[in-house]
Design a protein around this ligand. Structure first.
Ligand SMILES: Cc1cc2nc3c(=O)[nH]c(=O)nc-3n(C[C@H](O)[C@H](O)[C@H](O)COP(=O)(O)OP(=O)(O)OC[C@H]3O[C@@H](n4cnc5c(N)ncnc54)[C@H](O)[C@@H]3O)c2cc1C
Length: 392
């Protein structure tokens, strides 16, 4: 089969690897507009379940990926002076650049043609010259725009702004930190992804962003402002920029996942808010799902139909959970009156999918502490006068 792939990110390269590994006769070309060492972002996160999927799909790259991993089992919620740790959550992190390097090496080893600094411009001829054209060209996908009439994308630019930094302060666990100042509320999502570096994503609502005056600050001023907001948490370590800019999260969905011999994959196809797990995980699992369908079905057409039919419900479920999580962060200021343990509980349950029983199984001490505090509060409330309003 002749396969053209637009985009040498995790989705495009992983799909190429699986196809070529299954049949060395496939002629696969990946077009990537950037060079092999250009990238953005810091670390990417995987759950234990994703790792099991990666091992089953390609042991070689799984071994390389896990060799370079930082693993942890705790989510830490920092609010006011308290840090609440919730255990029993299996996650690991790796630098995005390192992941891309591992996948690039694996592509080269298998004989996949990786064309760097090659912008795919003439999509119609790439389509005409292949049995399958995979558009794994990221969140701002050109293919999705060009074929919008066939694919029916829906794009929802969310109000919160976020910026993706790194730092040498190590956060041993997925750490969610909330800090308030005169402008409003800032939330940081941080986790270490190697021995020296953590990802540090900062998010705030539009009111906070306006009040802080970021519109008139340059990158350096922005970074210094945010270093002050999170001064206690960063413990003197600076925020590291990789051309880091404020962006609004773009929620991507598509009515149709393919037409004729063109299929979308990864961020081009769908996005899920970063607070619930990384887009990288979904991108790699998309590649596995599409590969499985091509293996099982007698034709490209049947495989693409099966891919959409079987994977769409999985993604919709994931996006629904991510949407609840995203809304929680969009409304973070409404939760700031909660005590640290209440805030931590609300955060852990924010997707609506994690029930008390799940949390009690993962970390009984956390649930016991939360319930003890609530019962104590209820006791205090019980002796208040009938017209007594409780302050938080
Ligand atoms: C600014 C930013 C920072 C991020 N940082 C992180 C992070 O630190 N951790 C994390 O987990 N996730 C991060 N993400 C999200 C994560 O990168 C994606 O969810 C994930 O990479 C999706 O994989 P993908 O292969 O679908 O797309 P991408 O990784 O975006 O790959 C798409 C590739 O297609 C290429 N491309 C696009 N158009 C063309 C074209 N016409 N011709 C040729 N090539 C083309 C792009 O250069 C890119 O390499 C970040 C996203 C953004 C926008």
């Amino acid at each position: 089969m002749k396969i053209n792939i637009i985009g040498g990110g995790p989705a495009g390269m992983y799909f190429a690897i699986l196809m070529k590994k299954a049949d060395a006769g496939h002629d696969i070309t990946v077009y990537e507009r950037n060079g092999p060492d250009d990238t953005f972002g810091w670390g990417v996160v995987f759950s234990g379940k994703t790792l099991a999927n990666l091992r089953a799909a390609d042991e070689e790259s799984h071994a390389e990926i896990t060799r370079n991993f930082a693993a942890w089992d705790n989510v830490d919620v920092v609010h006011r002076q308290d840090k609440i740790s919730i255990h029993g959550n299996s996650f690991s992190g790796i630098a995005r650049l390192q992941l891309l390097k591992i996948l690039q090496r694996r592509c080269e080893e298998l004989g996949i043609e990786l064309l760097f600094r090659s912008e795919a411009l003439d999509l119609n001829s790439l389509r005409a010259n292949s049995d399958l054209l995979v558009a794994a060209d990221g969140v701002n996908s050109t293919a999705r725009k060009q074929y919008a009439g066939k694919l029916g994308p829906s794009l929802d630019l969310r109000p919160n702004r976020y910026v993706w930094y790194g730092t040498n302060k190590l956060f041993h666990g997925l750490t969610l930190t909330f800090r308030e100042n005169e402008a409003g509320v800032f939330a940081a999502h941080s986790y270490k992804f190697n021995r020296t570096t953590s990802t540090f994503i900062i998010e705030c609502d539009p009111q906070t962003w306006e009040a802080a005056g970021f519109a008139s600050m340059n990158d350096e001023e922005t970074r210094h402002y945010l270093e002050k907001v999170f001064a206690i948490d960063l413990a003197e370590e600076p925020l590291l920029s990789n051309n880091s800019k404020w962006i609004n999260f773009l929620l991507v969905k598509n009515a149709n996942w393919f037409f004729e011999n063109v299929v979308l994959l990864g961020d081009a196809l769908h996005t899920a808010h970063f607070s619930i797990g990384s887009g990288t995980k979904l991108a790699l699992e998309d590649a596995i799902a599409l590969f499985d369908c091509l293996k099982m079905q007698p034709s490209v057409r049947a495989a693409l139909e099966e891919f959409e039919a079987s994977r769409k419900p999985v993604i919709e479920e994931y996006q629904a959970a991510a949407q609840d999580s995203m809304r929680w962060f969009e409304n973070a200021r409404d939760y700031m009156h909660l005590s640290p343990i209440e805030l931590a509980y609300s955060l852990m349950a924010r997707s609506g999918r994690v029930k008390r029983e799940d949390l009690a199984r993962r970390d009984p001490a956390f649930v016991a502490r939360y319930e003890a505090e609530r019962n104590a509060d209820a006791g205090i409330a019980g002796v208040q006068p009938a017209n007594g309003t409780r302050s938080h």
